[in-house]
Write a protein that binds this ligand. Structure first.
Ligand code: C2E
Ligand code: CA
Ligand code: CA
Ligand code: CA
Length: 280
């Protein structure tokens, strides 16, 4: 009953709930998933390129559907965003990440960063900061470890509104990173003003390194240079090959994330990777 009451301010889009497209999650299914606690947070390691050590992870949501099996976020996050269900789902993610940070610390495993994705839509919830503050207190979440990933479009869409939210959350000690860097329209002056500590180069450019795409290689170089000159941490996502890694390393990219090291894995497996390392 608690979940229902905390979701009561959400306005549902009834027209689309009648859609019968089996490839796209529908709201009634998603509401059930929230009630039945069917979500899981997987983790993909983030590696410090110089030392080769795992410094943390990105949390990525999955939906363990009782009949359909494991459902990837691309199939239900858009519906969750459209209907506002991303708000309660987003709180679940934060709470789960907080619990998992605690579990790692209890096992004596050190991580520097654990990031989760925050939708632009979540800033439309006027209780965002208060709710996150309550979660932080309830689960004693170490905010210096917590990082919220925001996409360029989220950041530069509704400037003032989102900006105020970011400032407020930053005061709680939360770090921010810019996701899918290079795909949107970053205003460099805004990038400087906002408390964003790291930039994540979008996978599309990283895959271009491998295909010897000269444009993508130049873009990656430029993005790394830009991040370094702005004094931001730079992370390459979607690193799949040793060739991509050495290219990134040669231009001073700090961190890498991708199938080369590990796919996103359940918490227990991530813990294992932290304890025993990954296999290249
Ligand atoms: P994203 O934030 O850009 O996450 C990176 C995606 O790239 C993940 O897909 C990850 O599994 C995938 N990936 C990582 N390394 C590689 C690689 O080397 N090669 C390839 N081909 N793919 C790689 P995933 O987990 O399916 O997530 C898709 C998107 O769903 C995410 O993109 C993010 O935008 C969204 N998402 C995931 N979890 C959440 C969440 O908790 N909240 C919100 N709002 N969005 C989420
Ligand atoms: Ca992300
Ligand atoms: Ca990304
Ligand atoms: Ca992406």
């Amino acid at each position: 009953a608690k979940e229902t009451s905390s979701c009561s301010y959400i306005i549902f889009d009834n027209k689309n709930s009648l859609s019968n497209d089996s490839h796209v999650a529908i709201e009634s299914d998603l509401i059930n998933a929230i009630r039945r606690n069917e979500f899981e947070l997987f983790y993909q390691p983030r590696i410090d390129i110089l030392s080769g050590k795992i410094i943390g992870a990105e949390g990525l949501i999955r939906w363990r559907h009782p009949e359909k099996g494991l459902i990837y976020p691309d199939l239900f996050i858009p519906t969750a965003e459209r209907t506002g269900l991303i708000v309660p789902i987003g709180y679940w993610v934060i709470q789960q990440a907080g619990e998992d940070i605690q579990r790692l610390q209890a096992s004596g495993l050190e991580i520097k960063r654990l990031s989760i994705n925050l939708s632009f839509r979540q800033f439309q919830d006027s209780y965002l900061c208060r709710t996150i503050q309550r979660l932080i207190e309830k689960y004693a979440i170490d905010t210096s470890i917590l990082e919220f990933e925001l996409t360029e479009s989220a950041l530069f869409n509704n400037e003032l509104h989102v900006r105020e939210g970011i400032e407020e959350l930053h005061k709680l000690g939360i770090n921010f990173s810019l996701d899918d860097f290079g795909t949107g329209y970053s205003s460099f002056s805004l990038l400087q003003k906002l408390p964003i500590s790291s930039l994540k180069i979008d996978r599309s450019f990283v895959s271009g390194i491998h295909n010897n795409n000269p444009d993508d290689r130049e873009i990656v170089k430029a993005l790394i240079r830009l991040a370094l000159s702005l004094n931001k941490e730079i992370i390459a996502e979607g690193v799949e090959t040793a060739q991509q890694l050495s290219f990134l390393a040669s231009f001073g990219c700090h961190q890498a994330q991708g199938y080369l090291y590990s796919k996103p894995v359940p918490f227990a497996e991530f813990k294992d990777l932290l304890q025993h390392g990954y296999q290249l």
